[in-house]
Design a protein around this ligand. Structure first.
Ligand SMILES: *Cc1c(COP(=O)(O)O)cnc(C)c1O
Length: 500
């Protein structure tokens, strides 16, 4: 291959900040050609009147191959789990098996309509009921709603039920306790429901400080929201004691179950005192995530909260058929149109059935093993703020690298050059300069090794040439962004005027 050719190739596929890549139009080109007219020609103005459009504005004029190449090229600019590891801590970016997609596209399911009569929706109802039963068994809870469309909406639904429960006893209570290791959505949810949020400090092992909880707990507390494992990737070892302290004063234990990837098949929240919890089907149960698809955040509850579940609830009728029950006077009402993201229920159920109980347990074990493999091999290269055992994710800090002025965000930018999606930066907040890494069980050892080598190599670069890391990424489509400008003056869509 000649140098000239390589340069051209590089300009097209590798160089940075290519605004011009969008400017393909030249007058007179078209991607279509109509056959000769074989009917009498009609004046478009007569046919369309005022609706006739004489000017196509800025519509690009391009040939078919240019359109195909343009969109095919753009499709290769995204990072995806189908290309490599996505170690975004707290997000459980696992691989979504293709068989899930196949099942979700089965005609009778994909073409079902929410207004279709119950008697011809028995299959869909059965899927909802079976998924509910599986999730109840996995969590050790008593009842569930599949309605919420995301983890955060699950939290909202859960706390609305907590409030309705306390109100039904004549006292709504005022406060929600939230550990400083909780996910950020937790305090936001509690505030949205109208509760005052009281922060709970973690102890030196990265767990809820039980003595502090005992001191803060009183009859004003409606619930404690605990993320378990918490955002440090640490299991709350005193969860029984935490539950007892809550229950002794009539409070409820809410568990943010988005991290169930570390627990499925091993322990059940219902067995360690949790009263209400949400799951993220789009994390633990492999349904598409983020831009890839809508979420699903079912909420599981203990018996005493069941009357407050959103309506409708799937029930088995006297004649053995399934149906939706709407008449539940204590319900918090609907939290979403229809029944939830049904396509996600199919995918999650396909995943559960494909794995079976042993497979799901193995998934958990592999997720924890993978995180600990990374931890062991990067310990010492990066600072490990808590030595408590890690579950499915590991949190390092940039303490060693920041001595050279290189922060977690800079390391993450450089990781892009090595062909990886960045880990989660600067979260959880209780670790200054956090690097939060969650490999999930999907990753083979070879990919973990590549990631580890990339991280070690970046740490060496920080010692040798910190400025080079500070200027990263060097090989990405777009160089370092001005993040302040991006937040203050976002450009959310391409327009001809700001193309370059
Ligand atoms: C992802 C996550 C959430 C929020 O879930 P969404 O579906 O993004 O709303 C809440 N808590 C934890 C611990 C999470 O990881």
């Amino acid at each position: 291959m000649s140098t000239k050719h390589m340069t051209r190739k590089a300009t097209r596929h590798i160089s940075q900040n290519e605004g011009l890549i969008f400017e393909k139009s030249s007058p007179g080109k078209a991607a279509w050609k109509l056959p000769p007219l074989d009917v009498p020609e009609v004046d478009p103005a007569k046919l369309l009147g005022k609706q006739e459009r004489k000017d196509l504005g800025d519509m690009p004029e391009v040939s078919e191959i240019e359109i195909i190449r343009h969109f095919t090229r753009l499709s290769t600019w995204n990072y995806a789990i189908d290309l490599g590891m996505y170690p975004l801590g707290s997000c459980t970016m696992k691989y979504n098996p293709r068989v899930n997609e196949f099942v979700a596209r089965v005609e009778g399911l994909a073409n079902g309509h929410p207004y279709q009569a119950e008697k011809i929706s028995q299959g869909a109802l059965r899927i909802m009921q079976t998924l509910s039963e599986c999730l109840i068994e996995i969590t050790g809870m008593d009842a569930i709603t599949l309605q919420p469309a995301a983890g955060a909406q699950g939290e909202l639904t859960g706390l609305l039920m907590v409030r309705a429960f306390h109100e039904s006893k004549g006292n709504a209570r005022k406060k929600i306790l939230i550990p400083d290791s909780a996910h950020g959505t937790n305090p936001a949810t509690a505030a949205t429901v109208g509760y005052a949020v009281e922060n709970l400090k973690s102890n030196s092992r990265g767990m809820v400080d039980v003595a502090a909880l005992a001191a803060q707990m009183n009859e004003d507390v409606a619930a404690l929201m605990v993320t378990n494992p918490n955002t440090l990737g640490i299991f709350e070892q005193e969860i029984h004691k935490i539950a007892d302290l809550l229950h002794d004063k009539g409070g409820l234990l809410y568990m943010d179950g988005a991290n169930m990837n570390a627990l499925v098949g091993k322990v059940r929240p219902g067995d360690f005192g949790v009263d209400v919890m949400h799951l993220n089907l789009h994390k633990t149960f492999s349904t598409p995530h983020g831009g890839g698809g809508p979420g699903s955040g079912p909420v599981a509850v203990k018996k005493m909260l069941a009357p407050f579940l959103p309506t409708p609830v799937v029930v088995t009728r006297a004649d053995g058929t399934l149906g939706f029950e709407y008449n539940r006077p204590q319900s918090v009402g609907r939290v979403r149109a229809f029944y939830g993201n049904f396509g996600m229920f199919i995918r999650a159920l396909a995943y559960i059935f494909a794995n079976g109980p042993d497979g799901l347990r193995q998934t958990t074990e592999d997720a924890v093993l993978n995180a600990n493999y990374i931890r062991k091999r990067l310990e010492g290269v990066f600072d490990l703020p808590y030595s408590t055992p890690s579950m499915h994710e590991v949190v390092f800090s940039d303490k060693l690298q920041s001595k050279k002025g290189v922060k977690t965000m800079d390391l993450a930018k450089r990781l892009i050059d090595y062909g990886f999606h960045p880990y989660t930066t600067a979260f959880p907040l209780i670790v200054p300069g956090a690097l939060m890494i969650e490999p999930t069980e999907s990753e083979p050892k070879e990919e973990l090794d590549l990631f580890i080598e990339a991280m070690k190599s970046i740490a060496e670069e920080v010692e040798e040439d910190p400025q080079y890391v500070l200027n990263a990424p060097h090989n990405a489509r777009i160089s370092r962004l001005d993040e302040t400008a991006a937040a203050r003056k976002p450009i959310l869509r391409w327009k001809p005027d700001n193309a370059v």
